[in-house]
Each structure stands twice: as C-alpha cells, then as structure tokens.
Design a protein around this ligand. Sequence first.
Ligand code: CP3
Length: 346
Amino acid sequence: MTVASEKLLMRALAGETLPTPPIWMMRQAGRYLPEYRATRAEAGDFLSLCYNSDLAAEVTLQPIRRYGFDAAILFADILLIPEALGADLWFVTGEGPRLSTITSDADFAKLKGPDDVHDHLAPIYETVRILSRELPKETALIGFAGAPWTVATYMIAGRGTPDQGPAHALMAENTAVFDALMERLTLATIEYLSMQIQAGAETVKLFDSWAGSLKGAAFEKYALQPAKTIISALKARHPDVPIIAFPREAGEGYIGFAKATGADCVALDNSVSATWAAENVQKDGCVQGNLASRHMVTGGQDLIDETRAIVEAFRNGPHIFNLGHGITPDADPDNVALMIETVRSA
Ligand code: CP3
C-alpha cells in the first residue's frame, strides 16, 4: 500500500516498505538535551512546561531542529488525563509522579465525566495546533495518550510501582470500581485523542507501558479490549488516521495484537528480538522499534552493530526505527546522531 505523502512516517504507517525506515525516538524532547533543560527552567517545572503551549511546542521542535527526526511527538504526559478527570498530580524531583489515589467507590464518584476533560486539556490542543503550523513539511506529528491500564496503575497507587501491585489488588478486591475506572479512562482517552487529531495530530500512539504485568485473560480484558475500543471509536470518527499501539513487554501478546485491536502499527520494546518480531509481528503490518535505550548512553561499535541488525531484520516490511523505551537523562546527544547516521546509511 502507498499513500501520497512526503512524510516517510505516514508511508510506513500505511504499510509501505521503505528503503530507509523513518526515525523518531521516545522521549526525544527531554533532559538529555541542554536546550530542553533551559526551556524547562524557563517554564518553572515539568507540569508548567506541559501546560505552556508555546514552550511545549518549542521543546517538541528542539530535537527536530537538532537531528531532523521524521516525526515529532507532542510534548505532554500520560498523567494529564487523571488531572483532567479531577485527580491531584505533582512531580517529586528525582522520584517521579504523585497523584491522589482512587481506591474506593467514593474516590471514583468524585471523578469528572469523559466529556468534561477538554477545558483542562485545552493548552495541549493548542500545542498541537502550533506544531501543525510550525513543523517542516516532511515531519509527521504524533499525538498520544496512556492506555487505560497504565494510567489506572498510577491513579490507584498514587505513584509508579515496580509490579503494579495496588492496581492488581483493586482489580481482585473491588472489581466493580476497577472496571468503572477502566471504562472512564477508555471513554476519556477517546475524547482526548479525537481532539488531538482535530487539532492536527496525524497519527496517535497509545502507551501501555505496564501491559507486561497483565497475563492471559487479564491481558485480553484490560490491555487488548480497551485498545480495541479506543481504536475502533477513533477509526469511526477519523478513518484515515493511523494508530500506533505500544503494549510494552507484552511478549507473545504482541502476536496478533494489531489484527485484534485494529492498530496500524505495533511498537516493540527491546525484550523481543528483531528477528523474532519480523517473523511473528511484522507479518501483519508496520512495526516500530526496538533499540535498547542504553545504547544512547554507551554508544560506540555496539550501538552501530545493534542498529544495523535491527534495520536489517525489519528490511522486508514496513518499519519505523525507534528505541524500545524512552531515552534516559544520562544519554549522550552525540550517540543519538550516531544512531540516525547509522540507520540512514544502513
Ligand atoms: O516521548 C516524548 O518525548 C513525548 C512526551 C512524553 C513524556 N512522557 C514526557 C516526559 C510521553 C509520551 C510520556 C509518556 C509517559 N509518561 C509514560 C509512558 C511511556 C513510558 O515511558 O513508559 C509514562 C509511564 C509517563 C509517566 C511519567 N512521566 C513518569 C513515570 C515520569 C517520571 C520519570 C522520569 O523520567 O522522570 C514522567 C516525567 C516525564 N514525562 C518527563 C518527560 C520529558 C521528565 C520530566 C522532567 O523534565 O523532569
């Protein structure tokens, strides 16, 4: 399949096998870049940066200017949806996010409805509008949201957790309120992503960072089903907008995930090998990934060899080059340039 687009990312998402894969990087605007740290200081803190449309657009553009990535990802966070639903949210430096918790029917009853999120999220839609005006014509604009399960894990525990224990506990002990929260997040996410698309996002990505802790029937019910519901609602409203799903660490759950959910592309973490994924996942369509983020810290010949191996493994089908997870703050910006050069000359 081909789409008439100058944007390589859109062509790969439409299923085209390209001689050189388009490239972008999760967390490409972030603390490893001095220009990001300067703009974040100007904004005051991370959340103020997310809600300042001009500065959020500026940090989104910084890695495009520096490296010429094929796509820009909206600068925001998956935890803005809980805040829009009425949860308190703050970030503790060096530790991560904190939220007011949802553990009872009474906590759930205080949340706003799925259509009530837009006032709070208006600055995010404005960032998208600025970006769709300012990006170079060859650069695609990616919107995103967290998947319901991943967002629910933070809302239930009030923070990031190594094993998502509090969310699994609520699922078992008060299934009704857990399911109600999942449904509220599913509906709010449809509204949020739909507005990002209306504002100019050309594709959207659903981040299910903790999908790997769901097994068997729970994976089907709480990772696959919500993705399917969100994707089919978005496809009904915006039939031509491709969607990327990222059920991180799904392992064998990656097999058939695109077909079952309607996703146009599945993003792979680096726990699966590229050769395995080429055979088992890319056979159904576009894949994205999957260089380990640590190469952006360590660089050198290992980075070159591993980058080439990934490009080679996915060469016979549609592929978007990316990391398997976000780039870390200790990464060396020169290693990012080396990765891009290696992909484009492979
Ligand atoms: O990829 C991008 O560049 C787009 C922007 C983006 C951010 N977070 C910016 C950010 C996206 C897509 C996210 C997604 C996100 N946020 C996820 C899912 C993807 C993943 O990484 O698994 C999750 C789980 C979150 C929640 C979150 N936000 C955590 C746990 C943290 C703290 C951890 C950390 O790295 O400090 C954040 C903060 C955050 N989100 C930063 C950035 C650039 C760092 C904030 C800073 O400048 O201090």
